[in-house]
Design a protein around this ligand. Structure first.
Ligand SMILES: [Zn+2]
Length: 359
């Protein structure tokens, strides 16, 4: 497989959003949508939440296309006709009534200026059927100034305007913003479903199994792990855990290159620390070879590491404390990666402590 599966931006929404994903998320989205539509009142600000990479943006785009469609087919499932003028404009990426607000630079934050332009159009222009859909993915990336500047518009949405916001963590948003939203929560995908989907798009069965296990219910994450470059790096991270001082520098360089690399590193370390914490917290301590390690691909490394600590009970407690600290640090770094911070320093901050881990 040579395809760059992580390059999801260049694919069309329908490629990104396979039927099975639509069916899975549809269970939570379509019933309220149909109910609101029958009352002719879709809440003007919808906040779609759920863990990172499970398809919140794709679901929002699907809904946007349907809301703007001129002749949506009748039926219980909201669906765009794909044939009308609106659907064709949507597919070409040039729909005048659809706006997606994305970061303009690599700091990944949504700044106040980006919303000034949007607000300037209130009351101007005749939009398609007077409807307008504004998608703000990962709305937690809004700077506080930008979020504050949008509160009034979200409180008093112009007629026909529909806001679709997404976030992986609504606690990162201003409470005053959340209070203006109707929330819909999407659930992670079952591992087996992800495995079958990966298999369908041509990922080899053994790789599909591991990627599905590592995905933690996220389709984006599963695609990322299936990518050749990242697949190769998986073993480097395991080597790093075994002998951190030997593998630290190349891993830092790699994680610094791209956000997707950094996120992969965090995903893998999080999975490893979570497994080690679960094992070390078992009472009485389960022999490593009998422990139900969740991910088959990291099983041998973790078993051998756990054996090492099992032989040194005095060190186990400090190791457990270390893993706990690292788990907390990893959680923080998910937020920090989107701040204007030096990525190399962040990667060093995550990896250097492992060199001094209790042995
Ligand atoms: Zn249509």
């Amino acid at each position: 497989m040579t395809q760059d599966l992580s390059d999801s931006q260049s694919r069309s929404p329908s490629d990104l959003f396979p039927e099975a994903l639509l069916e899975h998320h549809g269970k939570r989205v379509f019933a309220p949508m149909a109910r609101w539509k029958s009352k002719k009142q879709i809440p003007p600000v919808l906040l779609i939440t759920g863990q990172a990479g499970i398809g919140k943006k794709s679901m929002s785009r699907y809904l946007a296309e349907w809301i703007l469609c001129e002749t949506p087919p009748p039926g219980p499932i909201p669906k765009a006709c794909k044939l009308c003028h609106s659907c064709l404009s949507f597919a070409s990426g040039n729909h005048t009534a659809f706006t997606e607000v994305a970061p303009e630079d690599d700091t990944e934050s949504l700044k106040i200026d980006q919303f000034r332009e949007l607000k300037a159009t209130v009351g101007f222009g005749t939009y398609h059927h007077h409807a307008r859909v504004i998608l703000i993915p990962q709305v937690e990336r809004m700077t506080p100034q930008a979020a504050n500047s949008m509160l009034k518009l979200l409180e008093e949405t112009p007629p026909g305007w529909q806001f679709l916001l997404t976030t992986h963590d609504s606690t990162l948003l201003l409470p005053t913003l959340v209070s203006r939203c109707q929330m819909i929560r999407l659930k992670p995908l079952p591992t087996l479903e992800i495995q079958q989907l990966l298999h369908k798009i041509g990922v080899a069965p053994a790789r599909a199994t591991v990627c599905a296990e590592l995905s933690q219910g996220s389709w984006d994450r599963a695609l990322r792990f299936a990518d050749d470059d990242i697949w190769e790096k998986r073993s480097e991270v395991l080597k790093f855990i075994e002998t951190p001082h030997l593998h630290c520098s190349p891993l830092i360089d790699w994680a610094t290159q791209k956000i997707s690399h950094f996120e992969t590193l965090v995903d893998l370390l999080e999975q490893i620390t979570a497994e080690l914490l679960a094992w070390s917290s078992s009472t009485p301590l389960v022999p490593p070879e009998e422990f139900p390690w969740k991910c088959a691909s990291t099983h041998p490394t973790l078993t051998s590491l756990a054996h090492h600590y099992q032989k040194k009970p005095a060190r186990l407690e400090s190791a457990r404390h270390f893993w706990f600290q690292q788990a907390e640090r990893l959680g923080q770094s998910r937020h920090e990666i989107h701040l204007p911070l030096n990525r190399k320093i962040l990667a060093q901050d995550l990896l250097f402590p492992w060199i001094g881990a209790p042995t």
